[in-house]
Design a protein around this ligand. Structure first.
Ligand code: HEM
Length: 406
């Protein structure tokens, strides 16, 4: 007698083009069968898909799950990245104490207090980007909101913080995209990462003789950091610092254009921080899962995870937990409701690797979205919605372009 085999979810799963703001149906189906299900990575190796809120929290905060990508059999979405990451791990893919040692070098730069001081500067960058976009697009547009607004704003901010010349954006933005492209050829990804590492290493060298008031200039003065560590930290901050927020600005705008009654809530300054939390929750742009590997046997959601097993923690399904986010008087968890109490979402991860840049991302999103809808009250799509192209193939979800008029 043969035993029926449980269905296996393939990672990454495809988004449904009819419902592009929801997690891929394969993940929601897996979530409906239980908090931990079997899955398969693109190279055919097995791993666990963790979809439940509590279980994702456990995976991300329990030291029995490692984020060290140098370990054999650590789960990777593309096999070609294995050697690449192992040769140059940045602290996002290291465990403590190495992770903590490197993270500590830059925590001060992203503290809430520091970011609050940056708000006037961010507001200026947002206003200037909108001035340029509206000047170029004419009195009523059109413009590509991704290229003309969503991408320049966080790119400029992280360039200023790190001490990276904004004139070099075309190259570093193109290389960042390639590094995050799951479908790109491994050799192309390797080349992109090496180019970025060399670029940051050269820039850091320059800062030794011509220091500025920026993170790289400070890192090069430290004797406890190797040039390789400085370059890989620089790449992590540069890539995570602009691609993520840019995709959130683009996706949030497209979603809000679908729901003008919700977008109107942004006119109330007191509603803006909560609105951004709801957008982070619903859109969860880190959509392919956060990889970890079990170091010991662990019982998780009624399933035994064996030492050495790979695990993908799905933030997107966890962030649609009905008990936590489906409060009475609010729309269902699959709908956008900017007045929802969404603060406990895990769009920024959880545990020791929880996003270092979250205060900055929050400030950028609050200022960018509120200013955009205030200054352009007639903002609308310039193409039929079905023509929007979403970046399913990227580690961080977003829109390729967002043609708008106003
Ligand atoms: C880590 C999401 C913006 C820097 C993470 C993680 C997530 C995340 C889910 C955890 C990954 C893991 O556990 O493996 C986001 C989202 C953003 C955003 C949704 C924007 C909306 C930023 C910005 C920066 C940044 C603006 C600025 C530099 C980092 C760094 C880490 C990280 C350095 C690694 C932290 C560690 O390993 O200790 N982010 N991020 N992120 N993020 Fe962000």
């Amino acid at each position: 007698m043969s035993t029926p085999t449980a269905p296996v979810t393939l990672i990454p799963a495809r988004h449904d083009t009819a419902c592009p703001y929801a997690p891929p149906p394969a993940y929601t189906e897996a979530a409906s069968t239980g908090p931990v299900t079997r899955a398969e990575l693109p190279d055919g190796s097995p791993c666990w898909l963790v979809t439940g809120y509590q279980e994702v929290r456990t995976v991300l905060s329990d030291h029995r799950f490692s984020a060290d990508a140098r370990r054999p059999a650590f789960p990777f979405l593309t096999e070609g990245r294995r050697e690449l990451v192992a040769a140059n791990p940045s602290f996002i893919r290291l465990d403590d104490p190495e992770h903590a040692r490197l993270r500590r070098m830059v925590t001060g730069d992203f503290l809430v207090k520091r970011v609050e001081e940056m708000r006037p500067g961010i507001q200026r960058i947002v206003d200037e980007a909108l001035d340029r976009m509206t000047a170029r697009g004419g009195p009523n547009g059109p413009a590509d909101l991704v290229a003309d607004f969503a991408l320049p704003v966080p790119s400029l901010v992280i360039c200023l913080l790190l001490g990276v010349p904004y004139e070099d954006r075309e190259e570093f933005q193109a290389n960042s995209r390639l590094m995050l492209d799951i479908e790109a050829d491994d050799r192309v990804v390797t080349r992109a990462q090496e180019d970025l590492l060399d670029y940051l290493a050269r820039l850091a060298e320059l800062k030794r003789t011509e220091p500025g008031d920026d993170i790289l200039s400070r890192l090069v003065t430290r004797e406890d950091l190797s040039p390789r560590e400085i370059a890989s930290t620089g790449v992590l901050l540069l890539v995570a610092g602009h691609e993520t927020t840019a995709n959130m600005i683009g996706l949030s705008t497209a979603l809000l254009l679908r729901h003008p009654e919700q977008a109107a809530r942004l006119a109330d300054p007191a509603a803006v921080p909560g609105a951004v939390e709801e957008l982070l929750r619903l859109l969860t742009i880190v959509h392919t899962g956060v990889p970890r590997q079990a170091l010991e046997d662990v019982e998780l959601g009624g399933t035994l995870i064996r030492a050495g097993d790979g695990v993908m923690a799905m933030l997107s399904t966890a962030n649609r937990d009905d008990e936590l986010f489906g409060t009475e008087g609010h729309l269902g968890v699959d709908e956008v409701d900017l007045d929802r109490e969404a603060r406990r979402h895990m769009a920024f991860g959880f545990g020791v690797h929880q996003c270092l840049g979250q205060p900055l991302a929050r400030a950028e999103l609050q200022i960018a979205l509120a200013t955009l809808f205030r200054r352009l009250p007639g903002l609308r799509l310039a193409v039929p919605e079905e023509e929007l192209e979403f970046r399913s193939e990227a580690l961080i979800y977003g829109l390729r372009e967002l043609p708008v008029a106003w």
